[in-house]
Design a protein around this ligand. Structure first.
Ligand code: KIV
Ligand code: ZN
Length: 548
């Protein structure tokens, strides 16, 4: 008998920390993963895929700490990915031990192209492995998810056989991934229906879907899957992930929320039912999106559905006129439903520490005493420059403070001269990981270029700046500017983020932030690209040096 009635709500499985983290430069350290996991719990996701425990000691630690600190009673289920290999399953089970509710997610490819070129195994062999490894995972815990990688390019009859065997071996969730983002909505819906009609024991498991957005169809594919019986959706915040990314959590959740009267019927509910289809607290969506973007350095495009800067802006005169007369003329959802406040002016220069802490708490930020002290200094500094401090300013300050990039090099000073008749020249002072203070200077094509060159003279690790972006947090000339950069070193991408009213200072801080991530990675790999990473002639400025 099906233990999960079809009128139940949709389960949201978040894979931001596993599949999402796989996009270039989105690498997160353990502390950053924990921050995101805590926010995902506040958002109300049912399952957090915290990583792939066997992949590296860092991944193991991340899964283990998320299991311990977020997988508490009443909290989400914590999950680790594992190939259908004993060692992977054992690592997942071990890392997940501290979680109150834990899940092993094991997978194997089933398409002929993967079998022939990647696994070099026959269909019969894969069938046997799937059954054996699900049973093995089951020996560690009851909650076991099984995925058939590249399911949408797998011959359906064979897929049905694999799913039947995995379900018989005890899989509680059966996941159908569109690994290469190849399927289309009608086709995907038909595949889910085919599974329901042709896998005799499918009712023993929940049908889940996992999608990639290569053709821009990931959300549409999921909606068709829901109509045909899928009850778990695997997605990532801001749609980050491999190549074109994973199905965007905020988009699929808001589609189900805004159009619930339409989807209610497919879940066996009366059309007019107001009962939410998911457990997501939609008012946490915007904050979660900002946190993931800041920590991964993956910017959200302005026209991105739901969380893009323009998603609730009305530019055309006709639209503005309509919205002023009645919001519903051009708005299908309320900005507040995703947690966008009215950007009220909340604090000013006379506001005290208590008011500051209280407002941050109301915005969902729990800062340590040390973080709060540093954030309060920034707030006072900002309040001196800017009369009115809004929630968005506070959020930028708090996000900047909770960043967990290692502070190996610290920017002590940055000074720039520039202008239409001056050669842009920057002087910087940095404190090295050993505590030494180094000064250097450089000229550049513009002030940011000069700053970057001066910093590069001190932190001597070759890299290529591949993305530089400045965004203002609020409107107005005195707004905080947020700088996000991505740089490449040896085929790997590192990101940096900083916020300041002075965009040159923010640029310098973002660069040091990214260099610290790069420097930490080099130290972890124990392959520093120069003796110490510090240029030896950077101690005293001898005059401004031209860069080669
Ligand atoms: O895209 C994919 O197939 C995956 C599986 C591991 C579920 O990420
Ligand atoms: Zn995937």
């Amino acid at each position: 008998m099906n233990k999960h009635s079809q009128s139940e709500r949709i389960i949201i499985f978040d894979t931001t920390l596993r599949d999402g983290e796989q996009c270039p430069g989105a690498t997160l350290n353990v502390d950053e993963k924990l921050l995101i996991a805590r926010q995902l719990a506040r958002l109300g996701v049912d399952v957090i895929e915290a990583g792939f425990a066997y992949a590296s000691p860092g991944d193991f630690e991340a899964v283990q700490r998320v299991a311990k600190e977020v997988g508490t009673e009443g909290g989400p289920t914590i999950c680790s990915l594992a190939r259908a290999i004993k060692a992977d399953i054992e690592a997942a089970a071990e890392a997940l031990k501290p979680a109150c509710h834990a899940r092993i997610h094991t997978f194997i490819s089933t398409s002929d192209i993967h079998l022939e070129y990647q696994l070099r195994k026959s269909r019969a062999e894969v069938l046997a492995i799937a059954e054996e490894m699900v049973a093995y995972a089951k020996s560690f815990m009851d909650d076991v998810e099984f995925s058939t990688m590249d399911a949408t390019r797998t011959e359906p009859e064979y897929l049905y056989q694999v799913l039947e065997r995995a379900s018989a071996a005890g899989a509680t969730t059966i996941n159908i991934p569109d690994t290469v983002g190849y399927t289309t909505p009608g086709e995907f819906g038909a595949l889910i229906k085919g599974i329901k009609d042709n896998v005799p024991n499918i009712d023993q498991a929940i049908i889940s879907v996992h999608g990639h957005n290569d053709l821009g169809l990931a959300v549409a594919n999921f909606l068709e899957a829901v109509k045909n019986g899928a009850r778990q959706l695997e997605c990532a915040i801001n749609g980050i992930g491999e190549r074109a990314g994973n199905t965007a959590l905020e988009e699929i959740v808001m589609a189900l929320h805004v159009r619930r009267q339409y989807y209610n019927l497919f879940l066996g509910r009366p059309a007019e039912s107001e009962e939410p289809l998911t457990n997501i607290d939609t008012r946490q969506i915007y904050k979660t999106s900002r946190l993931v973007s800041n920590l991964t350095g993956m910017l959200v495009q302005p026209n991105k559905a739901i969380v893009g800067a323009n998603a609730f802006a009305h530019e055309s005169g006709i639209h503005q006129d309509g919205v002023l007369k009645n919001k519903l003329t051009y708005e299908i959802m309320d900005a507040q439903s995703i947690g966008l406040t009215d950007n009220q002016i909340v604090l000013g220069k006379h506001s005290g520490r208590n008011a500051f802490r209280t407002r941050l708490r109301e915005l969902g930020f729990e800062l340590s005493d040390n973080e709060l002290n540093k954030a309060f200094v920034k707030f006072k500094d900002l309040a001196d420059k800017k009369k009115e401090i809004t929630d968005w300013d506070l959020e930028a300050i708090a996000n900047d403070e909770i960043q967990q990039a290692p502070e190996l090099f610290r920017l002590e000073l940055v000074q720039v001269t520039c202008g239409d008749h001056a050669r842009p020249t920057a002087t910087v002072t940095l404190r090295t990981p050993e505590g030494e203070e180094l000064i250097d200077a450089a000229t550049g094509t513009g002030p940011v270029d000069a700053v970057y060159k001066a910093i590069s003279r001190v932190v001597n690790v070759p890299n290529k700046l591949i993305e530089f972006s400045v965004q203002s947090v609020t409107a107005g000339i005195d707004a905080i500017g947020e700088v996000t950069i991505r740089l490449r070193h040896n085929e790997r991408v590192y990101s940096g983020h900083a916020a300041n009213t002075d965009i040159i200072v923010a640029s310098a801080q973002a660069y040091v932030n990214a260099l610290n991530r790069l420097y930490a990675a080099l130290q972890d790999e124990k392959v520093p690209s120069s003796k110490s990473g510090i240029k030896e002639d950077s101690v005293v400025v001898q005059g401004v040096r031209e860069q080669a």
